[in-house]
Design a protein around this ligand. Structure first.
Ligand SMILES: NC(=O)c1ccc[n+]([C@@H]2O[C@H](COP(=O)([O-])OP(=O)(O)OC[C@H]3O[C@@H](n4cnc5c(N)ncnc54)[C@H](O)[C@@H]3O)[C@@H](O)[C@H]2O)c1
Ligand SMILES: [Fe+2]
Length: 382
């Protein structure tokens, strides 16, 4: 076995209602900033948790202006709010956009380094404020990853990557996710599946822990996504989705994602397609493109999902895997083609050129992707 390292949050709490006892999960806090977005606030999800924090004697400031694919300016505004409040801690409560913003708030409110200086891996030196992450989508797995993705004014998505961005506590409280609309459930669920698939097939840093987590994540997500979409208040299905999303996050935090995410990035930064949907739109063309190289790994995943494939040969099982994923997309209440989100054939060269700038993810793909390949993949997704 080749050597490897593995980094993950030091503490994970999976408990229904845990969002009502955040103060007890990280004792000693006095002034907390809750970072969220208007949709989550409107859904009433921060009311009870913030009331409970106040009851526990904490001073609470709410920053509820996070935007999808958080723009730099929003991150800076949130960090300023935390500094002005004299916060000692940050609670991220929401989807990946809120959790990513919360990570950077915890860092930027406590460190003199400007945001522009910390993009890329390992540039942040800290310190940071204490950090609790409470996901309300399942999801990005951001509560278990050392990455925060920010949209820059020049239409790029740039990542800050640092172990400092792992929270002190990740809190999975399924009761927060029962109101997630079916379309968002489906999109974010596909994102989580793609994390598991790309972690399992990544060319770099794949390791026995990420493999075990990715397989279990995909089993949970595959088995429970249809129920979570059809029956939003099914707490067992919601909890399984949150757990699957966390496990996939733990996996890809250490065995990084690849071409599906690289091709999805420009859809978000140029056309504001939600992250999960962007992944869903390019997933099948990339899976098929990778089949020649990653087929045996897809076959292993297929057998883990469907015992009936135990005796199938690799080629059959790999094809069956693509079909299983395709069935999830068919059943999901969301667009299937780039044209469904307003993208036209004329846009594809721009997208292919933009995808080439996401080299840090393309490098992880089992099969090399040229600009011509990217153009072809987008054309298949059109
Ligand atoms: N850090 C990482 O490792 C990582 C990984 C993947 C994606 N991301 C980032 O995460 C972001 C996407 O996150 P996301 O897909 O979770 O979407 P999101 O955070 O943008 O939320 C999507 C929508 O769902 C609403 N919402 C969230 N939870 C809800 C709930 N329980 N009930 C009702 N409405 C709810 C929000 O208000 C929002 O309108 C992107 O910025 C992406 O770049 C980060
Ligand atoms: Fe993702």
């Amino acid at each position: 076995m080749s050597s490897f390292q593995f980094e993950t949050p030091p503490r994970i709490v999976c408990e229904r209602g845990a969002a009502l006892r955040l103060a007890s999960l990280l004792p000693g806090l006095r002034r907390v900033v809750v970072v969220t977005d208007p949709g989550v606030a409107r859904a009433g999800l921060i009311d009870a948790p913030t009331a409970a924090l106040r009851e526990a004697g904490l001073q609470v400031t709410v920053f509820d202006r996070v935007e999808a694919d958080p723009p730099e300016q929003v991150v800076l505004d949130a960090a300023r709010a935390a500094r002005e409040a004299g916060a000692d801690s940050v609670v991220g409560l929401g989807g990946g956009s809120s959790l990513d913003t919360a990570k950077l708030v915890a860092l930027l409110a406590a460190t003199p380094q400007p945001l522009a200086d910390i993009y890329g891996p390992g540039r942040a030196t800290g310190p940071r404020l204490r950090l609790l992450q409470v996901p309300t989508t399942a999801g990005t797995g951001s509560e278990a990853t050392p990455t925060a993705v920010v949209s820059t004014p020049d239409h790029q998505k740039r990542g800050v990557i640092s172990p400092l961005l792992l929270p002190d506590v990740a809190v999975l409280d399924a009761t927060l996710t029962t109101g997630l609309p079916p379309a968002v459930t489906a999109m974010t669920g596909v994102d989580a599946m793609v994390h598991a698939i790309e972690a399992y097939t990544t060319r770099r840093l794949k390791n026995p822990l990420s493999d075990a987590l990715a397989v279990r994540a995909l089993q949970l997500l595959h088995a429970h996504l249809p129920r979570a979409v059809a029956q939003g208040d099914d707490l067992d299905a919601r909890e399984a989705m949150l757990l699957g999303s966390l496990l996939a996050g733990m996996a890809f935090a250490n065995a990084p994602v690849a071409a599906i995410h690289a091709l999805a990035h420009p859809l978000g930064s140029h056309f504001h397609v939600p992250h999960g949907l962007a992944n869903a739109l390019v997933m099948l063309p990339v899976l098929r493109f990778n089949l020649d190289v990653a087929g045996p790994l897809y076959a292993q995943l297929a057998r883990a999902l469907d015992p009936a494939l135990r005796d199938a040969d690799d080629a059959q099982a790999a094809q069956a895997f693509v079909a299983l994923m395709s069935a999830h997309l068919d059943a999901a209440p969301m667009g299937r083609r780039l044209q469904d989100v307003g993208i036209a054939g004329d846009d594809l060269p721009t997208l292919a050129a933009a995808a080439m700038t996401v080299q840090r993810l393309l490098d992880n793909n089992p099969r090399p992707v040229s600009q011509a390949d990217a153009l072809g993949l987008y054309a298949q997704a059109l």
